[in-house]
Design a protein around this ligand. Structure first.
Ligand code: AMP
Length: 460
């Protein structure tokens, strides 16, 4: 299918062309005609499917053609609000469509003034939007189309009551669209209450994303090898920009300090940081001034940054959905990406659960540790040394290495000897295939025993 078939207003069609979208993604193909027809809709889709443009393009088109004056989009986080706003700006800029992002943590004055000045699209987070409605500051903004984006995230973040309250202020004669990656009961109930005879569209299949080329690897390590493993991976992988996901805020702080101390261009991102600080980190990361972002799940939710070559799971996430969400930060917009997960032997069972539930194809891998890397260098240097006359040609050897990184080579040579002296040998970080098979076998045995016990319990 071609975007021309939607008959968008020429200014919107130009926005699509300049954005470089060649053909609609599955959610766009299904949702755009429904939304253009004025029907309510539930779209089950996660980020990476092109869902923002799926609701954004028909809204922009209607505004450009004059059949809609105002639209409201509600998103769970400020980061997502900014992202949606940016995408709408880029797609709608040739039609001169004005979009405003409304969120908490900043003064009310400017936001209210801009709403009154006559913006056509407001993208808002629930807390601030509710406040504005309650204070009667947004009465003049009567949206004809309302989008609830990432509804399940709003539920997880405790915004459900705010959402229900917001809808009490919004006029009934509206078109309502609800997007959610999953459909838990409270979201189904919400959909029943705020939507009118909605159409359902679902793209939950990985293959239906605009970006599905993610190579997934995992390393089974000892708990105390995490830092060493991550550093080695950062040193040896060909990374462009990467995100390292941690479970806890303090882990984010500690790891970012550690990596900064080692000279990596790294910054942390988590919910306890001031909003200004969070914005600055994301901005620097988007621009490529910071190469490594260390983040918690919540902080990086829905983040769409171009050129993320690697996602590292420093710790395995708590649930399968988070895994899918995390790895979706890479391999975007048709580029391939690497998703690398570190699991301890204790976490190995959780990994099996995630693999099974999300049907993830993950390959086991091992990392060469310092000794192995040093050993490679040593081998190369020794070959060179053996092929020359050491006493006479020592100078030539040194000079030839000046062109490569002399300091590094000497340092590695030295540390190799020191390592050898201390007897700290060992070729790789991480369990190899046989060890993981043993682990798997013990896990399966355990499962069989548990299953048998459960069957016995049932019989009784
Ligand atoms: P989303 O699922 O809305 O977060 O979109 C994911 C990414 O895909 C964004 O960077 C979009 O700009 C991009 N995108 C959306 N639609 C298309 C399309 N039809 N072709 C190529 N890229 C797209």
């Amino acid at each position: 299918m071609n975007f021309n078939e939607f008959n968008f207003h020429p200014d919107i069609a130009k926005g699509v062309r300049i954005a470089g979208f060649s053909e609609p993604s599955p959610i766009q193909e299904m949702a755009i005609p429904i939304i253009e027809n004025g029907k309510d809709m539930v779209g089950q889709a996660h980020t990476g499917t092109g869902k923002t443009a799926a609701f954004g393009l028909p809204i922009l088109d209607k505004i450009a053609k004059g059949s809609c004056e105002r639209a409201l989009i509600i998103t769970p986080t400020r980061e997502l609000a900014t992202q949606v706003s940016d995408e709408l700006y880029h797609l709608g800029r040739f039609a001169g469509i004005r979009t405003l992002t409304v969120y908490g943590g900043v003064g009310y004055g400017r936001q209210i003034a801009l709403i009154h000045k006559g913006v056509q699209i407001v993208v808002a987070t629930p807390g601030r939007l509710k406040d504005l409605y309650k204070k009667g500051k947004i009465d003049t903004f009567n949206p004809e189309i309302v989008v609830l984006d990432e509804a399940d995230e709003m539920l997880d973040m405790g915004f459900l009551d705010d959402i229900k309250e917001i809808f009490e202020y919004i006029p009934q004669n509206r078109q309502t669209l609800l997007f959610s990656a999953t459909m838990p009961e409270p979201i189904k109930d919400l959909a029943e209450n705020i939507l009118y005879h909605p159409e359902f569209v679902s793209v939950v299949n990985e293959a239906e994303t605009v970006n599905n080329i993610i190579e997934q690897r995992y390393y089974v390590i000892e708990e105390n090898q995490r830092d060493e493993a991550i550093v080695k991976l950062l040193e040896t992988e060909d990374t462009e920009k990467c995100i390292i996901f941690c479970r806890m805020k303090r882990e984010v702080d500690r790891l970012s300090e550690h990596l900064q101390a080692l000279g990596f261009s790294a910054k942390g991102l988590h919910g306890d940081m001031e909003q200004d600080e969070r914005d600055a980190v994301i901005k620097a990361y988007r621009r490529g001034e910071v190469k490594i972002m260390i983040a918690t799940d919540v902080a990086a939710r829905g983040l769409d940054v171009k050129g993320v070559s690697h996602v590292f799971n420093y710790h395995i996430p708590f649930d399968p959905q988070s895994y899918v969400h995390r790895i979706g930060r890479t391999g975007r917009a048709g580029k391939s990406g690497q998703a690398i997960t570190l699991v301890s032997t204790e976490e190995f069972k959780e990994l099996q659960r995630i693999r099974k539930e999300v049907g993830a194809e993950m390959k086991l891998a091992t990392i060469e540790n310092s000794y192995a890397l040093q050993h490679d260098d040593y081998e190369a240097i020794m070959t060179k040394i053996n092929s020359i006359n050491i006493t006479q040609d020592a100078k030539i050897f040194t000079e030839s290495y000046i062109l490569n990184d002399k300091d590094l080579i000497l340092e590695k040579l030295l540390s190799y000897y020191l390592t050898r002296e201390s007897g700290a040998f060992g070729g790789t970080i991480g369990f190899d295939e046989t060890e993981v098979q043993d682990l798997m076998a013990s896990y399966n045995n355990e499962q069989t025993v548990i299953n048998k016990q459960n069957r016995r319990k049932k019989r009784r």
